[in-house]
Ligand binder design. Sequence first.
Ligand code: FAD
Ligand code: MLT
Ligand code: ZN
Length: 475
Amino acid sequence: MTFVEKLRAIVGDKGLVLDAQDMHPYLTDWRENYLGSALAIVRPATTEEVSAVVKLCVAEKVAICPQGGNTGMSGGATPQEDGREIVLSLTRMNRILDIDKVGYSMTVEAGVILKTIQETAADNDRLFPLSLGAEGSCTIGGNLSTNAGGVQVLHYGNARNLVMGLEVVLPNGDIWNGLRALKKDNTGYDLRDLYLGAEGTLGIITRAVLKLWPKPKDVATSWNAVPSPAAAVELLSGAYAASEDNVTSCELMGRQGIELVLKNIPGAADPLADRHDWYVLLEWSSARPPREGANQSGLREKMEAYLGEAMEKGLVLDAVVAQNEAQARAFWALRENHSESQKREGPSIKHDISVSVGKLPDFVTEGLAAMHKALPGCRPVPFGHVGDGNLHFNCQSPPGWTKPQFMAHGEAISGAIYDLVTRYGGSISAEHGIGRIKVDELAHYRSKIELDVMRSLKRALDPQDIMNPGKVIRV
Ligand code: FAD
Ligand code: MLT
Ligand code: ZN
């Protein structure tokens, strides 16, 4: 039997994609930076099938590129060009297996779309707080494998904080059942934490037990023009107390990003009459419903009062507090469409950095100067999760430039930003991971000790380098 016939014996016709045209979407990434090649796209339906496929690959010395929704920003889900790998897509493993309302947990297969998980939690009067622009197509397996962040990290933590247990198929095909719904578990090394954020290089996540929270019953959302990133940080700092610790999102955007959304996303509209240099989208939410009656006191009233004070101090120049859900959704669309609008505008370079929140304003000033110096005429698009000190310090090409023309300056632009991040004691990859795109940068900016430990782990857990070779760290 050929390799493909052996695969077919495990997953059946339904689990194989072999036609070149049908394979194409699995072989390229969302940003269209890479076009890989593969022996087959394999779509198992169960953990046992994943295990059997991995065992076959071990025997035949074929490498595996795990893939979820293929929305990753770092090229981690795209196979190499040499055609000696399979893409193992988890998208057929898309069942919600259990909801424990009392224990506030949900057990799911790895291929469930994030939005389905959010909606299932909401239908059960619960919240799964992971939320990001790609939530309609990314999978929970991909979210956990990239330790995804998103827009509520400042309150709930990133993906690592939202999971209790995992089931993983190891690089030798064995199934590790760590599907424990335990909040506390100190039995030796934390194996679960190894696979979170490993970007498919240490094993394949097949199931997870997720944590749930009470569903918010009171939500206030505002769109604020602020004079500077320093004002944004101060606005957030005061908001924690003013909201009684109910700040769940705080997103910063510059005017350049808003212009791109208004230009490239049909239906997008500026909520404010005047143009401003910086904006903050602030959201407070609480599981406690607003009190009824004359003495009505909900988050919206509290937020309006707080923003009034902030205006008097000059921290806010203008603001709109959403009066209904549709208005709040329109504010969020302006924020969430930043990636899509940049893609439609043309070539861009992403820097997914973090520094400590207090240092962010100075970093922005220096970073903008560094970017303009590296390529006069480029269009910096800084935006993102200010409450986490995490900005997408992106750079759009000068208008009309081709990708090769712009990418010729990529090293100079990214080098300037990453050197600055390092000087600020920050991270060159706060959310999107290393994947393929930042393998050299990781090797350059992390210490020899850290790299040696990472390489030792990879060699110990995946001695044949079968899991997503060439991603994260070279062995
Ligand atoms: P994929 O892209 O398929 O894979 C990502 C990585 O995980 C790859 O290395 C792959 O090999 C590995 N992998 C996938 N599934 C498994 C599995 N079951 N087991 C082992 N390894 C696996 N990210 C953020 O963190 N925050 C954001 O705010 C954010 N916003 C985004 C907005 C847009 C519009 C887009 C397009 C992307 C955004 N992203 C964001 C990036 C992306 O959505 C996340 O990284 C997401 O977690 C990837 O999930 P996925 O299922 O698409 O994974
Ligand atoms: C986001 O937060 O919207 C994405 O992670 C940012 C990006 O596309 O650079
Ligand atoms: Zn982000």
